[in-house]
Ligand binder design. Structure first.
Ligand code: 5GP
Length: 174
């Protein structure tokens, strides 16, 4: 792998424990309900795979892929959908599975879009939450870890399409 300076932030054991706790909380809240997990590609694919296997409620999975154009690193700019969900979510309990909520713009966009399909409820489950970076007031219902600063990679998260398959989460060092 490319030699970029990075240090470990969450080990695979720590992540695994936390993902199980999140799955337990979702299982408790949605017991007996018809649940659809909607993961945001690509970053959430590994988180989804682990979360789904720990869930004790029956559920289906689907994926959405979003692209943002515009001012790049500082703000995501305009968001477009490059892969739409294929499941009928009307009357079902939706759990959006996201890697990181940062400004909140992506989650707000997706939540508003999914609402039009009349699900019974929409919850947000994010592995990481950069609350202090919010530009839109949006709260996740399930949060793995709060992150104060830094750019993270691993466990599905990339830097320029690299590092997604590292089992631990690292923060890039300047
Ligand atoms: P938001 O619309 O909330 O500003 O954008 C959230 C998206 O920004 C995440 O889904 C993720 O793709 C990207 N992002 C934000 N912070 C990081 C980070 O530290 N590492 C990586 N790899 N992606 C990030």
């Amino acid at each position: 792998m490319e030699t970029l300076k990075k240090k470990i932030l969450y080990s695979k054991e720590t992540i695994d424990r936390r993902v199980k706790e999140l799955a337990d909380a979702i299982s408790r809240d949605l017991e007996g309900k018809e649940v659809v997990l909607i993961a945001v590609l690509k970053g959430a694919f590994i988180f989804l795979a682990d979360l789904a296997r720990y869930l004790k409620v029956q559920h289906s999975v689907d994926f959405v892929r979003l692209a943002s154009y515009g001012s790049g690193l500082v703000s995501p700019g305009k968001i477009t959908v490059t892969k739409e969900i294929e499941t009928d979510i009307e009357g079902k309990e939706v759990v959006i599975v996201e890697d990181i909520v940062d400004t909140g713009i992506t989650m707000e966009f997706l939540r508003e879009r999914l609402k039009k399909r009349a699900p019974a409820s929409i919850r947000i489950c994010t592995l990481l939450d950069k609350k202090h970076r919010r530009e839109i007031a949006i709260d996740a219902d399930y949060v793995g870890f709060d992150l104060d600063e830094g750019f993270v990679v691993g466990y599905g998260l990339d830097f320029d399409e690299k590092f997604r398959c590292l089992p631990d989460i690292y923060v890039i060092e300047e």
